[in-house]
Design a protein. Structure first.
Length: 431
């Protein structure tokens, strides 16, 4: 009899992906053949790691569970398990609505899944992660949970309070991943800026990144999901001091109108937001900022939206995402505010914002013509190799297309930018 096969399907964000990678490593240590997000499900055991963030993501997770439950009915799967954010929040409802699942787990009790699959399975301390991304980059989760009280957000209801990982544990993980060939780290958390307060009684993000930047073999560190309130400006000093800390910051601002920010319970004002962006750019000239905005929050007026448009024009963000407001049950805004902006208005405002950003992105890309940039190669696509600069995170940001014949995936090259589109760049190798 051959090895048993386990397929893990990951829905949602990169933080979920890290959980899946840890579980894959455990199954691998227990002697299973493993696959992640396979094009075709072939494992006799299938695990779905779900997302429960917003309506569309929840629907995608439910559809995946239903599809695999039907496959189990047909005998194509022998065991089906569900874990993650959706089942953390809606376990009882899922058990009632989709009973043809062997067991549902939350976001944090998945180690029990190993024993439930087979009583002989052991949880291996220090098993690490089975990296599912290209070998040269990985996501590095430095904390769980969130202490913020944003009125629209269900994440604290799912993940609980902010829990920082100890600096020593993160340093050890990075050293191990470097030994496996990882060169680039996407540092992620629900709220990077809160890192350390629970363990050390103060922000320790700058100290952590400073230590990681000193590890031999760490070529790039990129920061994701900062919060505007009480922003730890020391991290920008670290960014200036270390060439391998990318001049990149992902900071979700959500809105700029005082009216909307108050309703969102963001604890920041319009003027403070303008001042924050000004100071970040003064401290790190050339930094690329990625942010996210929400349209159609309850009570958002035409004037509020015009304020947002004016801010985006002024800020000239390098990277920007937009989401129409989605009411999440049991959040403060769902319980206390009327979802009074029509769906078509939410979507029309989101489209207007993205249309504005397209023009900004095109202008910024045009200015890169003739620049020579360090690029890491992710893959080959047709006649081009495709890579990213320090200003580009995988999957969400622009890419650089290079005509060449013999580049190595995962290696760095100097590329001169020769052309551009709205979001992508084209370049030639500098010999």
């Amino acid at each position: 009899m051959g090895k048993r096969k386990v397929d893990i399907v990951t829905m949602g964000c990169s933080k979920n992906l890290v959980d899946s990678e840890q579980l894959l490593a455990q199954f691998h240590r227990n002697g299973y053949e493993i696959q992640h997000d396979p094009a075709e499900i072939s494992g006799d055991i299938v695990i779905v790691n779900t997302c429960g963030f917003i309506g569309d993501a929840k629907a995608e997770s439910v559809d995946m569970i239903l599809e695999l439950a039907e496959a189990k009915k047909r005998g194509e799967i022998s065991q089906l398990y569900v874990m993650g954010c959706l089942s953390e929040r809606y376990k009882e409802e899922l058990q009632t609505e989709i009973p043809n699942v062997d067991k549902y787990y939350g976001k944090f009790d998945w180690p029990q899944l190993l024993k439930d699959v087979n009583q002989n399975n052991k949880y291996h301390t220090g098993a690490g992660r089975y990296i599912t991304t290209p070998n040269h980059f990985a996501y590095l989760k430095i904390s769980e949970g969130c202490n913020r009280t944003c009125s629209y957000c269900a994440i604290p209801l799912i993940t609980g309070k902010h829990i920082s990982r100890p600096i020593e544990a993160i340093v050890d993980e990075v050293k191990g991943l470097v030994q496996q060939g990882v060169k680039e780290f996407q540092v992620i958390a629900q709220d990077l800026t809160f890192y350390g307060y629970d363990l050390y009684k103060e922000s320790r993000l700058a100290d952590l990144i400073d230590k990681l930047a000193c590890i031999p073999g760490v070529e790039w560190l990129r920061l994701h999901y900062a919060y505007p309130t009480n922003f730890p400006f020391q991290i920008l000093d670290v960014m200036k001091r270390h060439d391998n800390v990318c001049n990149y910051l992902d900071i979700a601002l959500q809105h700029v109108s005082d009216n909307v920010l108050q309703g969102m319970k963001r604890n920041v004002s319009k003027q403070q937001t303008y001042d924050l962006i000004t100071k970040i750019r003064e401290m790190v000239p050339g930094i690329h900022i990625r942010t996210t905005f929400m349209t159609g929050f309850p009570g958002e007026t035409d004037k509020d939206f015009e304020d947002l448009l004016a801010f985006v024009k002024w800020a000239n963000f390098d990277r920007l995402g937009v989401f129409p407001y989605s009411e999440e049950e049991d959040t403060w805004s769902a319980n206390n505010l009327k979802d009074d902006v029509p769906k078509e208005v939410k979507e029309e405002r989101a489209e207007r914002l993205m249309l504005l950003q397209e023009g900004i992105s095109e202008e910024l890309n045009a200015k890169k013509i003739g620049q020579r940039l360090k690029v890491i190669i992710d893959r080959k696509e047709g006649d081009h190799f495709v890579g990213r600069t320090e200003f580009d995170s995988p999957e969400v940001d622009p890419e650089v297309y290079i005509e060449a014949t013999d580049l190595l995936i995962g290696n760095f090259y100097t590329v001169e930018i020769t052309d551009y589109e709205i979001y992508d760049l084209f370049g030639k190798l500098v010999q």
